[in-house]
Design a protein around this ligand. Structure first.
Ligand SMILES: [Zn+2]
Length: 439
C-alpha cells in the first residue's frame, strides 16, 4: 500500500482518478473517460464525489492519492470454486479439454467430499477477496451424488462470506441429463430452487446440434420459467465445426419467450464461423437477449493445444463483434489451478490484464473497463455492485497506477483493498494449506 488511511471514519480520498464507466453519473473530465475527483468517505459510505479541490479547504483528514486510479471492488461472473486448486493431484492433466474432463471427473468421484469441497472453496474465496473481488458467481458440478454434497457447502459458504463477497451459483451438468435422466434433472432443478441458484448446463458434448439438444434446452428454459430462475450455460468450448449450440440456445430462449437473464460462457467456436454465419448467430443472440462471457485465460490455455504443435488461434469468443451488436460481452476468471486451467489466482485485475492482451481490448474507444464491475453486475442482477456511487459502500481497490496503461502493465500485488472505507489486511492463503488435500 502506497498511502496511509486516517484512523477516523470520516476522511477524503483527494485527487483520485475515477474511470467514469465505473462511477455512474460521473461526467468524464478528459479524453480517456477519467475524472479527477475527491471521494468523501463517511462511516464506510461514499458520501460525495466532487471535482478535485472543491470544498477541500474545510476537510479534516485528507489523503492525497496523487492521481491514482480508484476502482470499485470487482465482479467475477464465471468461476469454478468447487473445482479450483486440484491440479497437484491430477497428474494426468495435460492441458487438453479431453484430459481435463476425464481427470476432473475421476477426481470428483474419488475426492470431492464435503470437507474437500469446503476447504478448496474457502481457499479460492480468500484469494478472490484479497485481490479485491466483491461479487462472484461460481458454477457447481451437479452430477450424481456431487449435487447433494456441493450445494449445501456452497450455501454455507454464501452465509459465511455474506458482507465480504456476494455469492451466486449455477448448476453445471451435461445437458443430455435433462433427456436421459429426467429424475436426476428434476432433482438438480429442485436443488437450484432450494438454494436460490441459477440453472445451467453444458451444451456441446462433441456432436452437432440435434433434436435431443433442442429438447434438453426446452426443458431447461421451461424449468427456468416455472421457477423464475436465471440461466447460465457452458457452450461451444471447442474449435470443432460441430460446436454450434449457441444459436440453438438463442432459439430455445426465443421459443420459451424467456424473460430472465441468460449468460452463455465460452462460445469459442463462434470466432471460427464464416462471417455470414457469425453475423446471423450474433443477431439471434441479440434478439434473444443473451449475454456472452469469454474466459480468456482458460480459453487460450485449452483451445488449439496439440503436443508438439504451436497453437494458431487464441480460442476466445468474438467479443468485439458481440459488443458492436449490443450484446453484453463479459470476461471472467473461469478455472483456477485445475485441469481446465493450470494457473490463476481469482484475480479480476489479472483477467483484465490478460484479457486486454488476448482479446485486443486496448487501442479501443469502447468502455471495456466496465468489465470489472457494472457490466457483469447487470447480467447477474446485483444492483450497484462493481460501481463507485454516492451512497454506496466505500468498497474500493487502489493501486499505484494513474492511467489504464499503468494499471495493465503491472500485477499490482501491493494494491490496497478498502471494505467500508477500511483497508483490508490482505492475506493470500498459503498453498501449504492445501498439502493435506493433495496427498
Ligand atoms: Zn467455466
Amino acid at each position: 500500500m502506497r498511502f496511509t488511511l486516517p484512523t477516523t471514519s470520516r476522511y477524503v480520498l483527494a485527487n483520485a482518478t475515477v474511470p467514469c464507466v465505473l462511477a455512474p453519473g460521473l461526467a468524464a473530465r478528459d479524453a480517456t473517460g477519467m475524472a479527477a475527483c475527491d471521494l468523501w468517505i463517511d462511516r464506510g459510505i461514499v458520501a460525495a464525489i466532487v471535482p478535485h479541490g472543491e470544498g477541500l479547504a474545510g476537510a479534516a483528514d485528507v489523503v492525497d492519492l496523487q492521481a491514482k486510479l480508484v476502482l470499485p471492488r470487482f465482479v467475477d461472473s464465471h468461476t469454478h470454486i468447487d473445482k479450483g486448486q486440484i491440479l497437484p493431484r491430477t497428474p494426468a492433466a495435460n492441458g487438453t479439454h479431453d484430459a481435463a474432463r476425464a481427470t476432473v471427473g475421476a477426481d470428483r468421484e474419488a475426492r470431492w467430499s464435503r470437507d474437500d469441497v469446503q476447504a478448496r472453496m474457502d481457499f479460492n474465496l480468500r484469494c478472490a477477496f484479497a485481490h479485491g473481488t466483491g461479487t462472484l458467481r461460481t458454477h457447481i458440478d451437479s452430477i450424481g451424488k456431487q449435487t447433494g454434497i456441493s450445494w449445501p457447502v456452497f450455501n454455507e459458504m454464501r452465509e459465511a462470506w455474506r458482507g465480504r463477497i456476494t455469492l451466486q451459483a449455477a448448476a453445471l451438468f451435461p445437458l443430455d441429463i435433462a433427456i436421459d435422466d429426467p429424475e436426476q434433472f428434476a432433482a438438480t432443478v429442485a436443488t437450484v430452487v432450494r438454494y436460490g441458484g441459477v440453472i445451467g448446463g453444458l451444451t456441446f458434448v462433441g456432436r452437432a446440434p440435434d433434436a435431443k439438444l433442442d429438447a434438453a434446452l426446452d426443458k431447461v428454459f421451461a424449468a427456468a420459467v416455472a421457477h423464475s430462475l436465471d440461466v447460465d450455460f457452458h457452450a461451444d468450448e471447442s474449435a470443432s465445426p460441430d460446436a454450434r449450440t449457441l444459436e440453438r440456445i438463442a432459439l430455445a430462449a426465443l421459443r420459451a419467450k424467456f424473460r430472465g437473464r441468460t449468460l452463455v460462457g465460452h462460445c469459442c467456436s463462434l470466432a471460427l464461423h464464416s462471417d455470414a454465419d457469425r453475423a446471423r448467430v450474433i443477431d439471434r443472440v441479440g434478439e434473444a437477449g443473451l449475454a456472452i462471457v469469454a474466459l480468456p485465460m482458460c480459453n487460450m490455455y485449452l483451445q488449439d493445444r496439440t503436443p508438439g504443435r504451436t497453437p494458431r488461434w487464441r480460442g476466445v469468443a468474438p467479443l468485439h463483434e458481440l459488443d458492436t451488436a449490443g450484446v453484453p460481452a463479459l470476461i471472467a476468471s473461469d478455472n483456477t489451478r485445475d485441469p481446465f486451467y493450470a494457473y490463476g489466482d481469482m484475480d479480476m485485475l489479472e483477467v483484465l490484464r490478460e484479457g486486454t492482451r488476448i482479446l485486443h481490448l486496448d487501442h479501443s474507444d469502447r468502455p471495456w473497463l466496465g468489465l470489472l464491475g457494472p457490466v457483469p453486475a447487470a447480467v447477474m442482477r446485483v444492483a450497484g455492485a462493481g460501481t463507485i456511487r454516492v451512497g454506496g459502500p466505500a468498497d474500493l481497490v487502489i493501486t499505484g497506477a494513474r492511467t489504464l496503461n499503468e494499471l495493465l502493465s503491472r500485477p499490482w500485488s501491493d494494491r490496497a483493498v478498502l471494505i467500508g472505507g477500511t483497508a483490508l489486511v490482505r492475506a493470500l492463503p498459503d498453498y501449504a494449506e492445501l498439502d493435506a488435500l493433495m496427498a
